[in-house]
Design a binder for this molecule. Structure first.
Ligand code: TYM
Length: 330
C-alpha cells in the first residue's frame, strides 16, 4: 500500500480540506508509506500573486504538520522541488485524450463561459495530477469527493499507457473517499455548494486560523431552515444545510448520523449549533496553537521540505526512467 495525495498551497487550510482529506491522511500514516505534497505547480493554473504563493507554501506545510502530518513518518514536500512531476506530466500528455479532459467537471466549472480565455494549464491540470500519482506507483489516493473524477482519469491514463507501450509500469490507483458525508463538506452559507477557498464569503468556511469566537460566530450564523432536527438521516436529504451541519458534527466526532439525531431530534438549531461550535473549537484550537509555534520556525520547515523532496526524488526516479524508456526517450 502506497498513499499519495496533495493540496494546493492557496489560501489557508479550511474545514473542508481538514475533514475531507487531511485527517484521513493523518490516520493513514500508521498504515502505509505516505507521500504528501504542496501542489504549487497546480496553483499556477489560475492568476496568482508570486509573493503570496511563495509564503503560502511554508504556511500550508506548517498547517499540515499542525494537523498531525508527521514528517518522521510521511514524506512531505513541495511538488515543484521534484522536477519528475513536470517531466512525467509531459510524457502523459501524449497518452491523455482531449475528450477525456473536456469531460472534467472541475475544468468546466473553473473555465465557465470563458473557455477561450482560460489557461492551457487549467485544462491540463488533471494530467499533472495523474503524474503526481503515477510517479510513486500509488495504490491509494485519499481525496475529497470533488477530486474523485481526477483520480478516475488517472486510472484511464495508467491503463492506456500500460496497454499502448506493453508495460506494467504504472499501478492503477484507487480513489480513497471517506464514507458518508465526510467526503463533501458544504459552504455554511449554501448547502448546495462545496466549502471552498475561492468562495468570496469568509462566513462560508471555517479556517484553522479562526479564533474560538470566530468559529462560534460562523456556526451561529450558518444558514439553516426553521424546522427542528428530525429523528432519521433520510429526513435530512431534502434539507442540505441541516444535512451539512449534522455531517460536520459526525465527521468531527466519528459518531453516526443516527446517534447524533437520536440526541437532538425535535430540538431546533438553537440547541444544536452551540454543541457543534464546541466540538469544532475543541478540534481546531490545539491545531491553531501548534500552527502558531511552527510559523516561528521557517528554517525548520524548509529543512523538512528539502528532506522530503530528496526522498520523493529518489522514489520517483526509477518510474520516470521507466516511462522514458517505454516511450523511446533516453
Ligand atoms: P485542493 O487543494 O482543492 O484540496 C485538498 C483536498 O481537500 C479536499 N477538499 C474537500 N473535501 C471535502 N469537502 C470540501 N468542501 C473540500 N474542499 C477540498 C479535496 O478533495 C482534496 O483532497 N488537485 C488537488 C490537489 C492535487 C492532488 C494531486 C490530490 C494535486 N495533485 C494528486 C491528490 C493526488 C486539489 O486542488 O485539491
Amino acid at each position: 500500500m502506497r498513499v499519495v495525495s496533495g493540496i494546493q498551497p492557496t489560501g489557508g487550510l479550511h474545514l473542508g480540506n481538514l475533514l475531507g482529506a487531511i485527517l484521513r491522511w493523518v490516520r493513514m500514516q500508521d498504515e502505509a508509506e505516505c507521500l504528501f505534497f504542496l501542489a504549487d505547480l497546480h496553483a499556477l493554473t489560475v492568476d496568482l500573486d508570486p509573493a503570496e504563493l511563495h509564503s503560502n507554501v511554508r504556511e500550508m506545510a506548517a498547517a499540515l504538520i499542525a494537523s498531525g502530518i508527521d514528517p518522521a513518518k510521511s514524506v512531505l514536500f513541495r511538488q515543484s522541488a521534484v522536477p519528475a512531476h513536470s517531466e512525467l506530466c509531459w510524457i502523459l500528455n501524449g497518452t491523455a485524450r482531449m475528450g477525456w479532459l473536456n469531460r472534467m467537471t472541475q475544468w468546466k466549472d473553473k473555465a465557465g463561459k470563458n473557455r477561450e480565455g482560460a489557461s492551457v494549464a487549467l485544462f491540463d491540470y488533471p494530467v499533472l495530477q495523474a503524474a503526481d500519482i503515477l510517479l510513486y506507483r500509488a495504490t491509494h489516493v485519499p481525496v475529497g469527493e470533488d477530486q474523485k473524477q481526477h483520480v478516475e482519469l488517472t486510472r484511464d491514463i495508467a491503463i492506456k499507457f500500460n496497454n499502448d507501450f506493453a508495460t506494467e509500469l504504472f499501478v492503477v490507483p484507487e480513489p480513497f473517499i471517506g464514507g458518508g458525508t465526510t467526503a463533501r463538506i458544504m459552504s455554511l452559507r449554501d448547502g448546495k455548494v462545496k466549502m471552498s477557498k475561492s468562495d468570496p464569503s469568509e462566513m462560508s468556511r471555517i479556517h484553522l486560523t479562526d479564533s474560538d469566537d470566530e468559529i462560534s460566530q460562523k456556526v451561529r450564523k450558518a444558514k439553516t431552515d426553521p424546522e427542528p432536527l428530525p429523528d432519521n438521516a433520510e429526513a435530512l436529504e431534502a434539507r442540505p444545510e441541516a444535512k451539512n451541519l449534522v455531517g460536520i458534527y459526525s465527521a468531527v466526532t466519528g459518531e453516526s448520523i443516527d446517534r447524533i439525531l437520536a440526541r437532538f431530534a425535535g430540538q431546533g438549531f438553537g440547541a444544536f449549533k452551540p454543541a457543534l461550535a464546541d466540538i469544532l473549537v475543541a478540534l481546531i484550537a490545539p491545531i491553531r496553537g501548534r500552527l502558531d509555534e511552527l510559523r516561528r520556525e521557517p528554517a525548520e520547515l524548509d529543512r523538512i521540505l528539502a528532506a522530503g523532496a530528496a526522498r520523493a526524488q529518489e522514489l520517483g526516479a526509477p518510474v520516470l526512467a521507466g516511462a522514458k524508456a517505454a516511450v523511446g526517450l533516453g
